[in-house]
Design a protein around this ligand. Structure first.
Ligand code: UDX
Length: 435
């Protein structure tokens, strides 16, 4: 199949490279000329394990190419995927669809006479497919096309694996010809036999938001249980295991921590709430999840302050991990942002280190001092806080950490160490939801 991917950001680039790896011919388009130049030179603008190699391999095999020129790329395509961003609109939390609609218009202008499937891969509110269809029909009344919804469920840091071994592929399609094209595009997956879930377009659009809101709810639920565990002397990891083995609940997304962040959960929960409000169907559980998660990030700063005796004024705090989760350089809605702002607001000097995200973090947290190395951040600190669970922080040289710290205090917001081990080594150890 000939596939054109509009938008070479996170979703577009990963999907484009993976489709090429399936054997399709893929052209990735982006309006940002410098980004396309970099991609042509083999430079990947984001940090995602394995992506550089995947892109290089497929470029070498002539299955993957990059261009700023949308017209010719659309003309020969069997399917044109829209993978542009849908950020939260400033002020009201609605998804900003201007990039999607602009893409629809330019695609329409470039469509030839042959049947073309236009696929929305971006996360878009219910009804966006209808509007995309309307825009294309209005712009180019002669075009033969169908609009499909095919949301992406991949996680940053595990994107390639998630794309190639999905639990399911959701496809919202109303046109039988488009269904055939989508089946052909995903045929290489049949080896792993994930179900292709064919549904109506609106159902598909809503499924994506419902999935993210459910996962955000699951995390927020276990975070509240963690708080209760601390009060009653229970262990949240054991509770999570105890409930997660029930197949109706499932073991994943039950890690208590500093609250969810990232490019999807915060923005998609807000957008879903807005859709509910617009439609007169209030989503009170999701609204509460958002409020609880926001409050939690500040509560985590409080946890560090309490561990230091109630005040951090003039104290030095080493903070390891800034990205919203490991294996990404993404700082969007990372809990570290609220934590650093609270600590600095209370007069602490924050000394931070992250393996990949410091360049992104620097302008977002001007109060912090950045270190290229974890141990240099820890040196002379009054306490160490672990905020993101990078593997490197699971295997710290704890004797060295103890020698470098002014006081042996560790606040571990991701539960990467065992309380008994750290106490035996003489640390004051505070974690999440463990007595
Ligand atoms: C998520 C969804 O998983 C994916 O399906 C969707 O398409 C996009 O959003 P992503 O944001 O990349 O992916 O990261 P994910 O691994 O889901 O983590 C999101 C946040 O939740 C992170 O801040 C993470 O630390 C937190 N989290 C996750 C927890 O606190 N506990 C958990 O058990 C799981």
């Amino acid at each position: 199949m000939n596939i054109t991917m509009i938008g070479s950001g996170y979703v577009g680039l990963v999907s484009g490279a993976c489709f090429a790896d399936f054997g399709h011919e893929v052209i990735c388009v982006d309006a940002d000329a410098s980004k396309i130049e970099r991609l042509k030179r083999g430079e990947i603008p984001i940090y995602e394990p394995g992506l550089d190699e995947l892109v290089a391999n497929n470029v070498r095999q002539n299955r993957l190419s990059f261009t700023t020129d949308l017209g010719p790329a659309v003309k020969g395509a069997d399917a044109v995927f829209i993978g542009v961003g849908t950020p939260s609109r400033r002020g009201d939390g609605h998804a900003d669809l201007s990039y999607v609609y602009a893409a629809a218009k330019t695609i329409a202008e470039a469509l030839g006479e042959t049947f073309t499937v236009i696929v929305n891969k971006s996360t878009v509110p219910v009804g966006t497919g209808d509007e995309v269809e309307r825009i294309i029909r209005e712009t180019n009344p002669k075009a033969d096309f169908a609009v499909v919804s095919n949301p992406e469920f991949l996680r940053e840091g595990a994107a390639i694996e998630d794309f190639k071994r999905p639990d399911r592929v959701v496809i919202g399609v109303e046109d039988p010809r488009a269904r055939d094209v989508m089946e052909e595009i995903y045929r290489p997956l049949s080896l792993n036999a994930p179900p292709l879930v064919f549904v109506g377009r609106r159902t598909s659009e809503l499924t994506k938001y419902a999935a993210n809101a459910f996962l955000a709810t699951k995390i927020t639920f276990i975070n509240e249980i963690a708080d209760l565990c601390e009060k009653v002397g229970a262990d949240v990891q054991e509770v999570a295991r105890g409930i997660g083995l029930d197949k109706r609940i499932g073991a994943k997304f039950l890690h208590a921590g500093p609250g969810y962040g990232g490019s999807c959960f915060p923005k998609d929960t807000l957008a879903l709430i807005k859709t509910g409000q617009d439609e007169g169907a209030s989503l009170r559980i999701v609204e509460t999840v958002v409020a609880v998660n926001d409050a939690r990030k500040r509560a985590m700063a409080r946890k560090i302050i309490v561990a230091l005796g109630g005040s951090v004024r003039g104290k030095k705090i080493a903070l390891l991990g800034l990205a919203f989760k490991p294996n990404t350089d993404d700082m969007r809605d990372a809990p570290s942002l609220a934590i650093v702002a609270s600590l600095a607001g209370d007069g602490a000097q924050v000394h931070a280190h992250d393996p990949e995200s410091m360049e992104q973090a620097r302008p977002l947290m001007p109060e912090a001092t950045f270190h290229d190395d974890a141990y240099s951040a820890i040196e002379g600190a009054d306490a160490l806080a672990i905020v993101t669970e990078w593997d490197a922080f699971r295997a710290l040289d704890l004797d060295r950490v103890k020698n470098l710290l002014k006081q042996p205090i560790i606040v571990d917001l991701r539960n990467v160490y065992r309380p008994a081990d750290l106490r035996k080594r003489g640390f004051t150890y505070v974690s999440v939801g463990r007595a």
